[in-house]
Design a protein around this ligand. Structure first.
Ligand SMILES: [Cu+2]
Ligand SMILES: [Zn+2]
Length: 177
């Protein structure tokens, strides 16, 4: 009995997933997720990836993974321009700041929309950050992450120093598409 029902349910679930996927946020916004591939800059070896997912209740979940990074704490921001072509990622511009706020930490109500805080890199050179932001969207609009860049820094973000958090060189950069 069970073995008969389960394949049927699985098929139904798969069909429902496809239908919801087509009729849901993807159609309304054009896109429900965006991604970035992080490349090494400024003589570093860091690589990685980031996925941005539009949440049903609003806001965006950002999942970031880095490798070959120096163990420790590294500032992580979205920068204004989706341009990582410069060897030091200078073309990425400043922190993404559509609200005209001061630089701060990711838990501060007043902050740059691009202030994702810090990512912790372990002894093996790998680090992960999974964070939700109510100041970002994937869908088109002034706060959309698409067309911006994600930047991993040399040093920790102190959440205070204006306008960068004093996190040093741009060690990794990826254009968000
Ligand atoms: Cu930055
Ligand atoms: Zn900032």
């Amino acid at each position: 009995m069970r073995t008969r029902i389960i394949p049927g349910l699985t098929l139904a679930a798969a069909a429902a997933f496809v239908l919801i996927g087509w009729a849901g946020p993807k159609k309304a916004s054009g896109k429900a997720t965006a991604k970035a591939k992080i490349e090494a800059k400024s003589g570093s070896t860091v690589t990685g990836k980031a996925t941005f997912t539009e949440l049903a209740q609003g806001g965006v979940r950002a999942q970031v993974h880095v490798e070959k990074a120096a163990p420790g704490t590294h500032g992580l921001h979205l920068h204004e321009k989706g341009d990582c072509s410069d060897p030091e990622a200078k073309n990425a511009g400043g922190h993404f700041n559509p609200g005209g706020m001061e630089h701060a930490g990711p838990m501060d109500a007043k902050r740059h929309a691009g202030d994702l805080g810090n990512i912790e890199v372990k002894a093996d050179g790998k680090g992960d950050l999974d964070i939700t932001s109510d100041m970002l969207t994937v869908k088109a609009g002034p706060n959309s992450v698409v067309g911006r860049s994600i930047v991993v820094h040399e040093k920790a973000d102190d959440f205070k120093t204006q306008p960068t958090g004093n996190s040093g060189a741009r060690f990794g950069c990826g254009v968000i598409k």
